[in-house]
Design a binder for this molecule. Sequence first.
Ligand SMILES: Cc1cc2nc3c(=O)[nH]c(=O)nc-3n(C[C@H](O)[C@H](O)[C@H](O)COP(=O)(O)OP(=O)(O)OC[C@H]3O[C@@H](n4cnc5c(N)ncnc54)[C@H](O)[C@@H]3O)c2cc1C
Length: 350
Amino acid sequence: MHIHENFSLRNYNTFGIDVAAKQFALFSTVDELRELLNHPRFTIHHSPLTTHHLPLILGGGSNILFTKDIDGIVLKNELKGIQLVKEDEHFYYVKAGAGENWHSFVMHCIDNNYAGIENLSLIPGNVGASPMQNIGAYGVEIKEVFQQLEALHIYEHSLETFTLNDCEFGYRESVFKKKYKDQFIILNVTYRLRKNPVFNTTYGAIEQELEKMQVKELSIQAISQAVINIRSSKLPDPAVIGNAGSFFKNPEITNATFAELKDRFPAIVGYPVDHNKTKLAAGWLIEQCGWKGYRKGDAGCHAKQALVLVNYGNATGKEIYDLSEKILASVNEKFGVELEREVNVMPAIN
Ligand SMILES: Cc1cc2nc3c(=O)[nH]c(=O)nc-3n(C[C@H](O)[C@H](O)[C@H](O)COP(=O)(O)OP(=O)(O)OC[C@H]3O[C@@H](n4cnc5c(N)ncnc54)[C@H](O)[C@@H]3O)c2cc1C
């Protein structure tokens, strides 16, 4: 277990932002993690009230915008292992280490005919972050297959189990982004996957893609491949151009507000959430404000996906953040709608 000093995080975040961590270490066992948390060189304050020098837990770095150097420890989660822990008449219960790559885990499940996460193929990042924001794509969210997770309390070092109800999942939300923010390190996640698949092809262009692929018989393999094809053609590859996927959430507004906006902007894009709420397509709002394809220096708004902010090479996190502020302000001014960032800004800027 090596502790690096002044360690560049450029290759550890998909935005490719060049900041340094004062200290950096990988852990691949829970014992190593405990040892690091107890290490005298790290000034971790054992109280949730003092967040100074909290360890920053890093997965694949695909949902983070670093705004400056990290004046503390960054701990990269490398806990591995995939295990079928239980099965019953209808389900397989599969436990994965938080440091497993998410897409490799999806592929493992597909190879073994464990159904339920095929629509979540090709989402970057690791298993441990999947419950953080209840990852979702193509009509499926992690909460639909979530069984439980184990996490270590950062201050108490106690091991705790969280069930579905404990996690309070919402749209790109969980208890770990709210009341338990910066308090737990997720160690492993157990998913409840179906023996008999329930196919979900209604969202996005999955059906058209399956047709194009000339799929005769629906399978989780075919759906996964369709999702991979669509995502590869639509989303910028972080290996080529720095980004963290959707920078903002799609805002939810009341149906009454939606009706007013629809009067003023007939082409506005919204999807019903429930009897009272409508979800707006944030990308459409941003595009209408003229940001799509905008670039200043190396910070920009992607030419095909207005929801995705990009680093063309040497943008700083602050430049990307400032651009996001301008986008927020202009969307608010034009539509009276407050966008919320989906990406975790670290350290936070208030
Ligand atoms: C091209 C692209 C497309 C994307 N598409 C989607 C999409 O379709 N749907 C979607 O939901 N997301 C999407 N994302 C966002 C991202 O992939 C997910 O949010 C992913 O789950 C982040 O995983 P990560 O391991 O990279 O997390 P990181 O970026 O490393 O961390 C994210 C947050 O979780 C915390 N964290 C990470 N691991 C742990 C742990 N073990 N314990 C405690 N805290 C932890 C970090 O401190 C940070 O606050 C996309 C990103 C990119 C770049």
